[in-house]
Design a protein around this ligand. Structure first.
Ligand SMILES: C[S@@+](CC[C@H](N)C(=O)[O-])C[C@H]1O[C@@H](n2cnc3c(N)ncnc32)[C@H](O)[C@@H]1O
Length: 256
């Protein structure tokens, strides 16, 4: 999926919801950050986590935010403009432009599942981490990411189209073996599942429905069907039978 312009804006709104903040909190805690450390966030998006990490490592530390999308990097630079201890790299995580053993910790929130060659990214993560460096990444079990309320047939068709938005639908289930093959130990998985039962304008589900709609429209679902689906979501919300569920998983590990 291309995170430029509208999609990037929607993604940053999703990250600003309570559920977006909860993922950052769990990732942040898993890194056990100390003052003076060097950290990197892969697929940093709008820079929210970089901002939080920069405060924690302080002036003697350094935080890199890496993302290939120019619109995400611009938003992240704006978000972190007050910091001197932040550097943004407009690059792919396939080849990280940092020296071997240069980071104490590495995070990545909902980014690895968008990268075809995850194995190479994890080898790069191992290369740039110091021995004992911490890895913390959140990826979604997309088979369990779902809206409830619209008519089943239309709802199924729209979710099926959305599967094409990322190449790894169930990455948490294969990430452990990828990490172990590449020299990480102590791999641990923590489910961060949540539900929304309302579609209000600061809910994760609201921005997720707009993201899905934008993607589906560009990928063959007619505008009329998307309008029907969105009307059915609103009706389900009004009638008290709306639901949205997502199953993100935090994976943590230590570089050997
Ligand atoms: C769903 S967004 C998540 C952004 C941010 N981590 C957050 O939680 O708000 C996925 C991000 O992964 C980035 N991305 C896509 N391909 C990438 C790659 N090859 N290397 C690094 N980041 C990538 C996208 O540009 C996008 O900003």
């Amino acid at each position: 999926m291309n995170f430029g312009d509208n999609m990037g804006e929607l993604q940053r709104r999703i990250a600003a919801t309570h559920e977006g903040g909860f993922r950052r909190k769990k990732t942040f805690e898993a890194l056990a950050i100390q003052k003076g450390q060097k950290l990197i966030d892969l697929g940093c998006g709008g820079g929210q986590l970089v901002h939080e990490m920069a405060l924690a490592v302080g002036e003697t530390g350094l935080v890199y935010g890496l993302d290939p999308s120019s619109s995400q990097i611009h938003a992240a630079q704006e978000k972190c403009s007050e910091f001197k201890n932040v550097e943004f790299l407009q690059e792919s995580a396939i080849k990280i432009p940092l020296k071997d053993g240069s980071c104490d910790g590495l995070s990545s929130i909902q980014a690895l599942e968008y990268i075809d060659d995850v194995e190479t990214v994890i080898a790069e993560a191992k290369r740039i981490l110091k021995s004992g460096g911490r890895f913390a990444s959140v990826s979604v079990l997309w088979d369990h990411w779902r809206f409830h309320g619209p008519d089943k047939q239309l709802n199924d068709r729209i979710h099926e189209v959305f599967r094409a938005h990322c190449p790894h639908q169930m990455l948490p289930f294969s990430l452990t073996s990828i990490l172990e093959r590449n020299g990480f130990q102590g791999v641990s998985l923590t489910p961060l599942s949540f539900i929304n039962t309302h579609l209000h304008q600061n809910s994760f589900a609201y921005f997720a429905s707009r993201t899905l709609s934008l993607f589906a429209l560009k990928n063959g679902i007619p505008e009329e069907d998307m309008m029907t689906w969105n009307d059915q979501l609103k009706k389900a919300d009004q009638e008290g039978r709306f639901g949205f569920n997502s199953a993100p998983v935090l994976t943590t590990a230590i570089a050997l």
